[in-house]
Design a protein around this ligand. Structure first.
Ligand SMILES: [Zn+2]
Length: 77
């Protein structure tokens, strides 16, 4: 849904989606940095600085029309 960046300034690109999981809507984040070891994997902490990712703290990048390949879980809309 949106590319996001951690405010640490590392410009490590992240991908955020708003999913219905565990009984509520919440943001899930993926590593969107192609050179990263954890590229396309779900991450809860910034791969660059290790801080916990929270949507309100992240900086928005440009929106993309396509998401990452399916990892199994799907948004319920
Ligand atoms: Zn960071």
């Amino acid at each position: 849904m949106a590319t996001l960046y951690c405010p640490c300034g590392q410009a490590h690109e992240l991908w955020g989606e708003f999913w219905w999981t565990e009984g509520r809507y919440q943001w899930v984040f993926f590593d969107y940095e192609k050179t990263s070891e954890t590229y396309a994997e779900q991450v809860e902490n910034c791969p660059a600085c290790g801080r916990r990712l929270e949507r309100k703290n992240l900086l928005s990048g440009l929106s993309h029309e396509q998401g990452l390949p399916s990892t199994g879980a799907r948004p319920v809309l």
